[in-house]
Design a binder for this molecule. Structure first.
Ligand code: IPE
Ligand code: IPE
Ligand code: MG
Length: 238
């Protein structure tokens, strides 16, 4: 059931660093991949809850440009999981009117995965409900380097470049900056997530491991957000 807690001062855009799958598995004596599977199942649950709450933009950090440094077997497992979950995700998206976006580099992913990502974007592009951005093979610094390249290629004169133009060249073009960033798994860092866009986000760190991040934990994060006073460099109203 939706509680009244959610009806006021909701963030427009929530972005989540879904961390702690490996530790979740380890605590149960399971292989890390079992944690990733459980994490992917939880991502679907969390998407449904945020849809129910009427959040407009949800961004999920699923694989960073640094995650290639993991053992090959784990990387392969994560890629396979993405392929499988993309299919299920498109089905859920069509049911709920969700538009899927991808943040990150397609280069470096297999042609098969690239095809599935492009298909997911195409099939859901006219949906008018929540926008879900899947950050996969995403790095905040990589994104900024890409912006620089694209700006130079576009030939825009240097003196015309401003913050709004940079925003239009990011992977997140057209998506407002995140209001709330949630990181599960106990670490207090951003790990190369939304480096430009996080400038004024409220950041909520919780020790809860991603597979255990349920409705109650979502509610705690939303209450934390509601209690923040956002000043954007100005002063509090009298
Ligand atoms: C997050 O869980 C998922 C990815 C980074 C792909 P981890 O795999 O980082 O889990 P921990 O941090 O090792 O527990
Ligand atoms: C961040 O988690 C990336 C994702 C959740 C996809 P990591 O587990 O890779 O981050 P670090 O290495 O602890 O900073
Ligand atoms: Mg981790």
């Amino acid at each position: 059931m939706m509680s009244s807690v959610h009806l006021n001062r909701l963030p427009q855009h929530v972005a989540i660093i879904m961390d702690g799958n490996g530790r979740w598995a380890k605590r149960r004596g399971l292989p890390r991949l079992a944690g990733h599977k459980q994490g992917a199942t939880n991502a679907q649950r969390v998407v449904e809850i945020f849809t129910e709450y009427g959040i407009s933009y949800l961004t999920l950090y699923a694989f960073s440009t640094e995650n290639w440094n993991r053992p090959q077997a784990e990387v392969n497992g994560l890629l396979q999981l993405l392929e499988k979950k993309l299919d299920e995700g498109v089905k859920l998206a069509q049911e709920k009117g969700i538009k899927i976006r991808h943040l990150g580099k397609l280069d470096g992913l297999s042609p098969e995965i690239q095809h599935r990502i492009k298909q997911a974007l195409e099939l859901t592009q006219n949906n008018t409900g929540m926008t879900i951005s899947l950050a996969f093979n995403y790095g905040g610094r990589d994104e900024i380097v890409e912006v620089m390249r694209r700006l130079i290629l576009s030939g825009i004169p240097a003196q015309k470049i401003d913050e709004s133009i940079v925003s239009q060249y990011l992977y997140t073009a057209g998506i407002p900056d995140p209001d709330l960033i949630i990181r599960t798994g106990g670490e207090s860092r951003l790990s190369n997530f939304l480096t430009w866009q996080a400038a004024y986000a409220e950041i909520y760190f919780t020790p809860v491991l991603w597979p255990d991040f349920d409705r109650r934990e979502i509610d705690k994060a939303l209450i934390f957000y509601r209690q923040r006073q956002r000043r954007f460099g100005s002063v509090a109203p009298e």
